[in-house]
Ligand binder design. Structure first.
Ligand code: FAD
Ligand code: DHB
Length: 390
């Protein structure tokens, strides 16, 4: 088989890139290791920057997002027993974020891909990338006991942190940067109305907590937990009790409890691989970088990589210019590092570290107090939260 671009991975970045390319008549084949059901079963991010929404519009996949997504013009920081609102819209000249689950984004993009009759090969095992340092790359994969080959112009590695693309890059050409955080996030989904109409990020002596949502009747909550904690150790009752202890009294009183239908623990880490291009192979999204979820940036960064790479491919196929693909790595990384910094900063300010102690707690509260009092400091948070310019 031959196609113009092989995309590895049908997460949000691979699907979005495929849809944008279809819009300019560039043909793609997506190779996905898991089944469609498995991809759709993963509960992950929930906050979309305006730029991400615009890109989904450009891909023709934003109708349901506009009908069901919740525009949020502010968030609250909770500390010292009180809520402090950050007015994102007022501080950024009218920008906002949209609460809409990653699962729904993936669903919408998959539906568009199906409707356009584009090829996705699910349960493609042993995906292997060949000859991307030359002019004629190809990918191979196994399915139903047979090895298949796809020749192409380019390979887009959209296969997440554990994928094959980054591992295929020559080791001597790759530089990685990493920080592990000594805790995880325990996340719960429940069919109950949210405690607040906006997101609440809480700093508390017992650890961080986050009140989020998927809709006006579905809540997503997180609490900081030990890194090696096990989901089985957390009954629903224990989770609700711990969440409420970390929230201001009024917010805790508004928490509606109910049976959880998803509960999982995610580790927190910062990771960046450089560069994002190896000949005709490009790394995109989680394949190249991971941020701790505190700034809600993971999915949005994947989308911003897609925006830059799509522009590069458009230059190549429409303008017959290499300029965009040559600039991809440095342009995307400049934005990535700013989001890595923001996510690290939010994580550091809001979580309890092993050495936080009473001194560290007071320093965090002083920083938070300064943040909510100072228009300059609030603006810096708001600008980053709604998404920096491209
Ligand atoms: P992915 O979504 O990881 O998609 C990669 C795809 O590639 C997958 O479908 C995978 O099956 C496939 N694949 C992998 N290896 C291969 C292979 N060898 N061959 C073929 N296909 C392969 N971000 C937030 O902003 N907020 C959150 O709350 C949040 N929670 C998260 C929780 C977890 C447990 C994780 C892992 C991430 C979370 N993120 C969160 C980050 C966010 O979900 C990611 O940044 C986003 O999914 C990145 O999209 P992607 O398409 O680059 O990668
Ligand atoms: C959600 C996740 C985040 O990491 C975040 O910062 C805000 C919201 C969520 O899953 O809803």
């Amino acid at each position: 088989m031959r196609t113009q671009i092989v995309i590895v991975g049908s997460g949000p970045s691979g699907l979005l890139l495929g849809q944008l390319l279809a819009g300019i008549g560039v043909e793609t084949v997506i190779l996905e290791r898991a089944s469609r059901e498995h991809v759709l079963g993963r509960v992950r991010a929930g906050v979309l920057e305006q730029g991400t929404v615009e890109l989904l519009e450009q891909a023709g996949a934003a109708a349901r997002l506009h009908a069901e997504g919740l525009p949020h013009s502010g968030i609250s920081l909770a500390f010292d027993g009180r809520l402090h609102r950050i007015d994102l819209e007022a501080l950024t000249g009218g920008r906002h974020v949209t609460v809409y689950g990653q699962t729904e984004v993936t669903h919408d993009l998959m539906d568009k891909r199906d409707a356009a009759g584009l090829t996705t090969i699910y349960e493609a095992a042993n995906v292997t990338l060949h000859d991307f340092d030359g002019a004629a790359p190809f990918a191979t994969y196994d399915r139903d006991g047979v090895t298949h080959r796809i020749d192409c112009d380019f390979i887009a590695g959209c296969d997440g942190y554990h994928g094959v693309s980054r591992k295929s890059a020559p080791e001597r050409a790759l530089k990685t940067f990493e920080r592990q955080y000594p805790f995880g996030w325990l996340g719960v989904l429940a069919e109950v109305p949210p405690a607040d109409h906006e997101l609440v990020y809480a700093n508390h002596e017992r650890g961080f907590a986050l009140c989020s949502m998927r809709s006006t009747h579905r809540s997503r909550y997180y609490v900081q937990c030990p890194q090696d904690d096990r989901v089985e150790a957390w009954s629903d009752e224990r989770f609700w009790d711990e969440l409420r202890r970390r929230l201001p009294e009024q917010t805790a009183a508004n928490v509606v409890t109910g049976p959880s239908f998803e509960k999982s623990i995610a580790p927190l880490r910062s990771f960046v691989a450089e560069p994002l291009r190896f000949g005709r192979l490009f790394l995109v999204g989680d394949a190249a970088h991971i941020v701790p979820p505190t700034g809600a940036k993971g999915l949005n960064l994947a989308a911003s990589d897609v925006r830059y790479l799509f522009a590069g491919f458009r230059d190549f196929y429409v303008e017959k210019s290499h300029e965009g693909i040559d600039a991809y790595s440095s342009k995307a990384l400049a934005r990535v590092w700013k989001a890595v910094r923001f996510s690290w900063w939010m994580t550091t300010m809001l979580h309890r570290f092993p050495d936080t102690g009473e001194f560290g707690q007071r320093i965090q509260e002083a920083e938070l107090d300064y943040l909510v009092q100072s228009r300059a400091a609030s603006t810096a948070l708001a600008e980053n939260y709604v998404g920096l310019p491209y």
